[in-house]
Write a protein that binds this ligand. Sequence first.
Ligand code: G3I
Length: 379
Amino acid sequence: MKLRNTIILPSLWVLGAVGVLACGGVRPSATADEGSLKQAIGDRFLIGTALNVRQSSGRDTAALRVVKRHFNAIVAENCMKSAEIHPEEGRYHFDDADALVNLGEANGLTVTGHCLIWHSQLPRWFAVDKEGKPVSAEVLKARMKEHISTVVGRYKGRIKGWDVVNEAIVEDGSYRKTPFYDILGEEFIPLAFQYAHEADPDAELYYNDYGMDNPGRRDGVVRLVKQLKERGLRIDAVGMQGHLGMDYPDIHAFETSMMAFAATGVKVMITEWDMSALPTLTRSANISDISDTAAFRQALNPYPVALPDSVSQRWNARMKEFFNLFVKHSDVVTRVTAWGVTDGDSWKNNFPMPGRHDYALLFDRAYQPKPFVKEIITH
Ligand code: G3I
């Protein structure tokens, strides 16, 4: 069943449903037991999830049941990053990435490659010589080209699109000072897009970043996209990671950025969607007041057993707001990907402190859809 433009709040739901059915509306809703997220979303945009190696290798069968029923796209959470797939110069480790691509093909799931050039999870050898000193521009260009050509070339025609460069722009819109920038300047980005396109001319190419509601980063990314297009380089979409909190970002600022990126002529993807249900701790506001470790750990991990209903309701309402935003702009949004299958898989359980209990994803630790997801399925 196709989603209408927004999900009606429960209080208006009955009227809405009667209204839709009364005017010869869509088919009766699916039940939560039979429907699926991807069926409810239809062709508005791909709905995907990141997979860890337990899932892409087939070991996490419970998660894979959720993936196959509810999603039509997958992305590697870690196994395609350079430190994992190219741990030493001249040595690649493709087993995990191969398993993920094979899983996608066997189940009709669109596969996204994440990510080719990123300063984090970069193997130590990549930007330094044997003495540990930064390599020359020529050497780094050759290494980037070899890495990208080998990885993208291996999955040519099998991976729909790549996060070519990840997190290269900081909050004021300037370039992040990474080894790539230090050695090659701004040029490393067009080079990465050029190498990826040469390796697979049909693959879509994306720039991916977080905190994209921030006006400085928004303007910096718009400049970057325009520069790539002016040079005739392929860029198909901007990936807005979408790591959200209960009190950030402002949804209107997020929407402004979506529109700014779309205005450059590229599509928009929500590439790493999650929402921490835990309080945002800032050093000034909270942590400096906490003198002992127990209080510190309690503040960072306030709901170790279950989320209070009041917090869960606010979390679901805010997630529904963002989902409705993506549906509203489904003319430019081509993919929404959750950064993990269930709450138990989320990186937010280990950041900013290991051993937290967060509730950041679309399915809970019992592999059940969250209430807002059930509403989408049964709407
Ligand atoms: O593979 C090693 C394993 O051998 C070792 O035993 C284990 C314990 O040390 O660590 C494992 O590596 C971990 C890796 O995830 C794979 O599980 C790293 O320590 C851990 O830091 C790494 O975290 C990932 C993080 O990126 C690294 O920055 C998260 O899973 C992943 O969700 C997160 O994803 C990033 C996106 O790629 C880019 N956008 C931000 C997002 C969140 O940081």
